[in-house]
Design a protein around this ligand. Structure first.
Ligand code: KIV
Ligand code: ZN
Length: 511
């Protein structure tokens, strides 16, 4: 971080706004894992959830607050007394707690959603911020749908929030409606108009409905905002939020025109993107800026020629800057344990000895069937291993009969709480047969909500990476499996999702 340029606070809301994406739910352990990584990469503020929304959200915010060492841990609350008390209860364990409270201020939201008039909303602003300030020193206030709010009323609300003690004022473009000049001008005009504007930090929160979330956030910064709310991979409601990796690199690469700095270590951006994609089951688009598979791939002859002569011809940043290692061809069956451990460290995994032994065995098994083992193969293998650890149900064996002349059948052997269970099923295709066999071995109510197949790398011997999402009475559980055999990967993904459903069911029964 440069000492000369003003600091921009990076506020990550992947676990709150990001998790509001349909299907993007994360388990408690996944949230803890992500929070640890966000701390390691030096994100300033982690919005860990919406404690009043569910017991699960409350627990996640509380546990993240308990273990965070440096980051401010923030919880979201509507302006009701119950929400604010619940949020305070969850964040109180943090070394640096923050309550973020909000209420809608646009005419359309007040009339149809809140059914409240201006005076009632204004009263709620002052009351909620005061209540939050009675719990913590650090209070953020947001006028939801700010960019469609009438100017005079917006100023009165912001003024009331500052008078009541808000320390950060966040201006959400909730529906992703703004254009950059407009959003930047709004931030500037607020800072110039509101009496005590220099007493608070101004923040951006931009949605991506018109694909402008990052551009709007940077326009906000250029006009006086000093906090940017964003999410890994741009996850979030509808088209998502401003992508954290794009904001961080947009500021870093163009420090000449945007002279600001962040504390985020960009070397972790690629790892964070992979982790969020794995736990949510949302694939990263190949041409996604900064973290997409093709973000640093040069295909055309002219570009390749230029790159060989000097990388600066077509690269404005280096893949290593964002944690993508340059050499993707890594190892084969003759690679040793030391080289394997070094490789794991370069791609961002530090394993305990027993985990390393297990990962090495899996690597050897993969290298036996796959000549070239790439970084992505190793990451997929370790991710699968870590998510399988401690699961009640594990895949022991699978045999499938497939082909044009049916019926397709699957024989499956599972280990359930240490006992062996077998089942055979026919299906409408091999995947259907595999999933039916699992269901027959472990009857459950989860319905298949998503089945998605990708390859981890190229080539016909590539590992398949399968994502399965199960819907158990509205609770969505995502599992990811990787294996050179697509059907084994599918079975592993299904079993991982099922384990999450079973864990939740057990918790509910216990409660
Ligand atoms: O988009 C939005 O308006 C929000 C607020 C709750 C900050 O997410
Ligand atoms: Zn939002």
């Amino acid at each position: 971080m440069s000492n000369e340029t003003p600091h921009i606070t990076i506020f990550d809301t992947t676990m709150r706004d990001g998790e509001q994406s349909p299907g993007a739910s994360m388990t408690l352990n996944e949230k803890l894992e992500l929070a640890d990584l966000l701390e390691t990469m030096k994100v300033d503020v982690i919005e860990a959830g919406f404690p009043a929304a569910s017991q699960g959200d409350f627990e996640a915010v509380k546990q993240i607050a308990q273990r965070a060492e440096h980051a401010v841990i923030c919880g979201l609350a509507r302006s009701t007394p119950g929400d604010i008390d619940r949020c305070a209860e969850a964040v109180k364990h943090a070394a640096r707690p923050r309550i973020h409270t909000f209420i809608s201020t646009s005419p359309v939201h007040m009339k149809h959603k809140l059914k409240m008039g201006e005076n009632a909303v204004l009263e709620a602003v002052g009351r909620s911020v005061t209540q939050a300030r009675n719990h913590v020193e650090d209070v953020e206030w947001s006028p939801e749908d700010a960019t469609r709010t009438e100017w005079e009323f917006l100023c009165r609300c912001v003024d009331a929030a500052i008078t009541a003690g808000a320390t950060t004022i966040n201006i959400p473009d909730t529906v992703g409606y703004s254009h950059p000049e407009e959003y930047g001008a709004l931030i500037r005009r607020l800072i110039e108009t509101i009496p005590d504007s220099d007493k608070v930090v101004w923040s951006t929160h931009c949605h991506n409905d018109l694909g402008l979330a990052v551009a709007n956030s940077l326009a906000g910064v250029a006009n006086g905002a000093r906090q940017v709310e964003c999410t890994i991979n741009g996850l979030g409601e509808r088209a998502g939020n401003a992508a954290l990796e794009e904001v961080v690199m947009g500021l870093r690469v163009r420090e000449d025109t945007l002279p600001f700095s962040t504390s985020v270590d960009p070397q972790y951006l690629s790892q964070a993107s992979t982790m969020v994609s794995r736990v949510t089951g949302f694939p990263v688009q190949f041409n996604k800026a900064i973290v997409g598979k093709n973000a640093f791939a040069h295909e055309s002859g002219i570009h390749q020629d230029g790159m060989l002569k000097n990388a600066e011809t077509y690269e404005i940043m280096r893949p290593e800057d964002v944690g993508v290692s340059k050499t993707s061809l890594v190892m084969g069956k003759h690679s040793g344990r030391h080289a394997f451990r070094d490789k794991l460290e370069t791609i961002g995994y530090t394993l305990e000895d027993d985990e390393l032994n297990d990962a090495f065995k899996r690597f050897k098994a993969l290298a036996d069937v796959k000549k070239h083992v790439f970084d992505d193969d190793i990451a997929a293998l370790v991710d699968a291993q870590l998510s399988e650890a401690g699961q009640r149900v594990a895949l022991e064996d699978l045999r499938v009969a497939a082909g044009m002349r049916g019926p397709q059948t699957a024989d499956i052997t599972l280990i359930v709480d240490g006992d062996t269970k077998t089942a055979t099923s026919e299906g409408n295709g091999p995947v259907d047969a595999v999933f039916k066999a699992i269901r027959s071995a472990i009857p459950h109510k989860g319905k298949l909500d998503l089945f998605q197949v990708h390859t981890v790398t190229g080539g016909t011997d590539a590992q398949a990476k399968v994502t399965v999402r199960l819907d158990g009475d509205g609770f969505l559980a995502t599992g990811v499996g990787a294996h050179p055999d697509t059907l084994v990967a599918a079975a592993k993904a299904y079993i991982q999702a099922l384990n999450k459903l079973e864990t939740r069911r057990a918790k509910q029964l216990a409660a």
